[in-house]
Design a protein around this ligand. Structure first.
Ligand code: PLP
Length: 385
């Protein structure tokens, strides 16, 4: 399994922590009885664990959501709407980038349908955005800036700290989608200087269906799901087991992040060396600042989708595009923004390593890859004509 940017396995320790809240303690955490209060306590402990992982000043700055996409919607749509109203409807512009995840683009589309102007700044050939370009796009009507911390396709880490400084100079609220970064690289909301940050459990060994939004004290939001839970910022009975799992995964990540990162870098080097020794292949991003488990290649004369299927038949799980697009074919918006030619981009392959990846997995991938490439190229029209 080499598709950790799509999702990760739930660690046994995380599952163990969750099970009591699925079996014995199924109480509603808003209930007054003792079972309910135990569930409430577990949620508050998880809030402290998540706050500690990202360096939040107070646990109350963490709002639990159902996923990273919902945290993005609350952080972008909810915050922009709030600024818009507080500014007497004067601030109706959002600045973001071309390389964001679909969750951000979707939230921006919702804002656009309510009359917001959305400005999308480009990226360079390594999928890195420029803080000065972002600052240049901010004007007096700008309500919010949203820039991702790490890209989900090629893994490039963005200069969010500089983006946030620019936003502070211009008194603009700043959000970062850190769904691919949290639990993989050190993330400190105060060092970054962001007002809002999204994260998602299933990207770092907690289950799917739980996420969180960091909301710096003093930042106002319009709820997307109304209700009394989460201090009125996110209604809906809390997913106690999922939240407990997220807390347990945060605790593990905080303790093991450094050693895990060293191991991932070693495995990545082995994998990249092996792949790049093959003919007609390019590493897509040359950026130094990349997620430790992220590899992305473009193979000439090969269709990425066929390559994924060929590898799958050999028992290797990888992607050619982001999972949210169904891993589908065609040039992704990120590769397009990087200026990757359409023909080359058609042979894209995303290989992502994570907790549980072994040298054996990497070697298995490297062992089967050349043969599959050879077969696909031999069968391609380019070769026939
Ligand atoms: N943002 C980024 C950068 C992602 O990679 C993803 C998931 O792929 C999301 C947001 C959405 O997270 P979730 O799947 O928890 O909704």
């Amino acid at each position: 399994y080499l598709d950790h940017n799509a999702t990760t396995p739930v660690r046994p320790e995380v599952l163990e922590a969750m099970l009591p809240y699925l079996r014995e303690n199924y109480a509603n955490p808003s209930s007054v009885h003792s079972l309910g209060q135990k569930a409430r306590k577990a949620i508050e402990e998880a809030r402290t664990q998540v706050a500690a992982l990202i360096g939040a000043a107070k646990p109350e700055e963490i709002v639990f959501t159902s996923c990273g996409s919902e945290a993005d919607m609350l952080g972008v749509f909810g915050a922009a709407q709030s600024v818009f109203k507080r500014s007497g409807e004067a601030k109706n512009r959002v600045v973001t980038t071309l390389i964001e995840h679909e969750a951000i683009h979707g939230a921006c589309r919702q804002l656009a349908s309510r009359g917001f102007e959305i400005v999308k700044v480009g990226a360079d050939r390594d999928a890195k955005v420029s803080p000065s370009e972002i600052e240049g796009a901010i004007d007096e009507k700008t309500a919010l800036v949203s820039v991702m911390l790490a890209n989900n396709e090629v893994g490039t880490i963005q200069p969010v700290r500089d983006v946030a400084s620019a936003c502070r100079r211009r008194s603009v609220v700043v959000h970062t989608d850190a769904v691919q970064a949290v639990g993989k690289i050190p993330v400190d909301v105060r060092a970054l200087g962001v007002d809002l940050l999204s994260l998602s459990g299933h990207k770092f060994n907690a289950p799917k269906g739980v996420g969180a939004l960091y909301v710096r004290s003093g930042t106002t939001l319009e709820p997307v799901v109304p209700g009394h839970q989460e201090r009125g910022l996110r209604g809906g009975t809390e997913n106690t087991a999922g939240i407990v799992g997220l807390g347990a995964a945060a605790e593990l990540a905080r303790k093991e992040l450094d050693s895990h990162r060293v191991e991932l870098l070693r495995l990545r080097e082995r994998l990249e060396k092996g792949v790049l020794s093959l003919p007609r292949v390019r590493r897509t991003s040359m950026a130094e600042d990349r997620l430790p488990g992220a590899c992305h290649f473009c193979f000439e004369g090969v269709d990425g989708h066929n390559l994924v299927v060929g590898l799958d038949l050999e028992g290797v799980c990888v992607s050619s595009g982001p999972a949210c697009l169904g891993g589908g074919t065609g040039l992704s918006h990120v590769l397009d923004a990087m200026g990757v030619p359409r023909g080359l981009g058609a042979g894209a392959l995303r290989v992502s390593l994570g907790w549980g990846t072994s040298e054996k997995d990497v070697d298995r991938f490297l062992a089967v890859l050349p043969n599959i490439l050879e077969k696909l190229r031999a069968a391609s029209p380019e070769r026939v004509s």
